[in-house]
Design a protein around this ligand. Structure first.
Ligand code: 1GP
Length: 250
């Protein structure tokens, strides 16, 4: 089957089933084994791996370690071309559509295209939208772009719509890892209303209540990373909020 991960996502979206993804930063793998055990126990749907900047982590070794301990699909969430690695199951091919940095809209994609084709990875083209979140995040700084203002829901909606019209397969609404303020429910609702493609929401999500609110507002995939570096014990509760939402919606 071609594009198995994306097909699964579309099926989930069609039935209203929400997914939970855990973001792993290869630079911060101090308690990776325990985290993966929890991911298995609590039925995490996806593992995203990558970051704005990797300094010490060895991406390939980290993916191998993950694959040895779980069957959860691993999707690359690359901050740079250097983070394309064929050991993963798929690649979120990010285009930073909230910004006006040509390098992140098409430039780096050109450079990476032959490498991506050779990798055989399932490619899921994704419109990445950085939203202002109270402070300067690594994602905003490293992307050299201006995020969409926090209250400008109509700009976010039109940006997502343009991404869908351009043929992108998903939208990633992002406050930035460790964001002080996550994306608001109002903005998620506005974007949901504007597009039909699957919607990922992440950045600064720290409570099960916010997970539930995001699901209610139309997010299809909730991503959490930073929280589990300091509070790994919260993984069950956060994943549980998604599962509870799915049960309640039955
Ligand atoms: C970052 O959206 C992801 O790109 C996850 O954000 O690390 O803040 O959970 P956090």
């Amino acid at each position: 089957m071609t594009d198995p991960i994306y097909k699964t996502l579309l099926q989930h979206k069609a039935t209203g089933r929400k997914c939970f993804a855990v973001l792993i930063d290869p630079d911060k793998t101090g308690h990776l084994d325990a985290l993966l055990r929890d991911c298995n126990t609590h039925q995490v749907d996806f593992i995203f791996i990558g970051g704005s900047l990797l300094t010490e982590g060895e991406l390939a070794a980290c993916i191998r370690k993950i694959k040895a301990q779980t069957h959860i699909p691993v999707l690359l969430f690359p901050g740079t071309v250097l983070q394309v690695n064929e050991e993963a199951d798929g690649l979120l091919l990010l285009s930073v559509i909230s910004g006006r940095n040509p390098d992140l809209l098409i430039g780096r994609h050109v450079a990476a295209a032959p490498l991506i084709r050779r990798s055989g990875l399932e490619v899921i083209s994704t419109g990445y939208m950085l939203i202002e979140s109270g402070q300067l995040t690594a994602a905003t700084y490293m992307s050299n772009t201006i995020p969409i203002p926090r209250g400008k829901n109509e700009i976010a909606a039109c940006t997502a719509l343009a991404g869908e019209q351009l043929g992108l397969k998903m939208i990633y609404l992002e406050a930035g890892s460790g964001a002080e303020k996550p994306v608001t429910a109002k903005m998620i609702r506005a974007v949901r209303k504007a597009v039909n493609i699957p919607l990922i929401v992440g950045g600064g999500i720290c409570t099960p209540e916010k997970v539930t609110e995001n699901c209610e507002s139309g997010a299809d995939i909730i991503v959490v990373g930073n929280l589990f570096e300091t509070h790994p014990e919260m993984l069950g509760e956060m994943a549980g909020a998604v599962h509870q939402f799915n049960h309640a919606a039955l």
